[in-house]
Design a protein around this ligand. Sequence first.
Ligand code: C2E
Ligand code: CA
Length: 653
Amino acid sequence: MKYNGNKYSNKRNIPSIIKAIQQETADSNMTIEFENIMVSMFASVLLFLASIANFVIRYIVQSQNLKVCLFNTLLFLFIGIAFEVVTRMGLRANLVTLIISGLSFSTLIYITIAFYDVIGPAIWTVAFIQLLMAMIRITKVMMYSLVLAIIMSNIYILYHSLHSPFFHMGSVYYIVQIVLFMIVCIISAVVHNVNANRYHWVNKQYTELMEKNKLIISSKKQIKHLAYHDYLTGLPNRMALSEKLNHSILLSSNMKKMLVVMFLDLDDFKIVNDTMGHDIGDQLLIEVSKRLVNTLHKCDTVARIGGDEFIILVEDIKDMNYIDIISKKILNCLNEPFRLNNQDCFVTTSIGVAIYPNDGENPEELIKNADIAMYKAKGKDKNQYEICTPTLKMKIVETVEMNNSLCQALERNEFELYYQPQLSCNSNEIVGLEALIRWNHPKLGMVYPLEFIPIAEQTNLIISIGEWVLRTACKQNKMWQDSGLPRIRIGVNVSAKQFQNSNLVKDVEGIIRETGLDYKYLELEITESAAMKGKDNIIKTLRVFKKMGIHIAIDDFGTEYSSLNYLRQLPADSIKIPMTFIQGIGVNNKDEAITKAIIILAKNMGLSVIAEGVEKKNQLDFLNQGMCDEIQGFYYFKPMPVHEVEILLKKSL
Ligand code: C2E
Ligand code: CA
């Protein structure tokens, strides 16, 4: 017979079921112990009464031998005490049950023998009561021992009733007694079975659920680990860092101490990923994290919060010197090359430092300010650290303000295009104009592109600004051409972000069609670094432009990582030598050598060369001698507004 477990199978959650089963099991275990105590109590009381009854009946009523009477009385008392002692010895419940069963068995046989001559066959009622009690017991041993005792005492009663001079039991009476015993035995067995099954079922369920619970606990632990750790390096992640930082801030504020948040960003990690593959990139991140952890103290926290960005939390900072020491230690620990895939990989990092409480009172603010300082460090040079300052924070506030007003600048028509002429070295004639954007800020006055273009690039505003520049420049050129002014090329700067816009080709095509300018009078200028960023995609787009007949110029050539192989693939028409090299002419031999080399390289590749930022006669002479094609610079003209260009172009007619 199975115990009905519906109680646990309805829609209760696992913890509540476990709780119920734990309770049930505890109850069951208690039942065995409780039953043992009850049986012992019952037996010891019974034996105490039996000892008194024995003495009274045998000695006082029947005047039997005192020694025999006392022996029986003491024996009953002794067994009664034995029952009590067994339950109090702290033995295992099952062992106690076994001993009690043995004692009950012997007591029953002994009572039958001892009182048969006093009570006669009715002595079996004692066993009967015992048996009724045994049927609710969980362990079988007590029941078996009682049944055995009943059988044996019945054999004794039968034997004695046949030979006793006092009691003669009729066979009907005897048969009724046997049948009654059998019925009680069967009922006892059934009731006992139900009880025992229930107990075992509960135990089994409990064990199974405990196993499940263990699994749940271990997967919960795993989930928690994943939620708080970086999958790649095993370091704490942003969430764990935030919690830790909150806690550390609280401690530092109570103890009036400083704590430091360092924002680390690996320099040129993208190049490692692009050139060596993402697997090596991942390996590098793991190795870097190991070095950081080994370099810092155990009490410092190193977390990875994204790509190649790590945050280090150092508590209990005594003075500013300590920050310098730790920062240098971190920079130094990355000096040694990393051996990855049998190659030495060199890596540097830029660190931004924010200090609690000066640079923020919560994790977000501290991380943000450390990030700001890190950008400043990256801007300075590679492998540097920078501590956050009020000026730095002010600059960011300004940037945010500028960004807000940038959003409205287009609608408010605050942008204006200036044009800087480009002259042919041979004819000294204007052969092109570069469109350069200016922002007429209502409060700040004229703002130059280097101040706002990087912000516009960060916020993607550059897409709509770029479109406006292109439309305005093409329209203007077409207007000049239509008004009879010389048909010259107009150069428009296109930033890398604009190339990420999948509609760029369509937009350019649309604007050209809309303005009616011939493709050949448009030049798109893209910086070498921008062209390097999205290599394949940019080359594809540039090829489409080139096919349309648009002129392509590579701006600032040679300032970044020039790859000759890459240059070979670029569908360019001209190269622009940056101002930094031109201004080194007559000052620095190396700049002169580079300028010459760029011209020779371009010529050999069939590209024309424009020198930018020419301010002096000696620079012009040097370039003329070197066979440069075109010149752009203050020596001839500065960037100028529309009406000034018009005057100039009219003059040139
Ligand atoms: P760039 O493309 O290298 O433009 C040339 C910059 O050099 C211009 O600065 C120009 O005024 C300056 N320049 C030219 N000749 C001389 C010279 O002889 N001496 C000196 N000191 N400077 C000279 P500007 O107008 O401030 O533009 C700075 C940069 O802003 C540009 O560098 C270009 O990268 C970016 N930019 C300008 N307009 C746009 C635009 O419409 N779109 C995008 N994406 N970027 C633009
Ligand atoms: Ca340019």
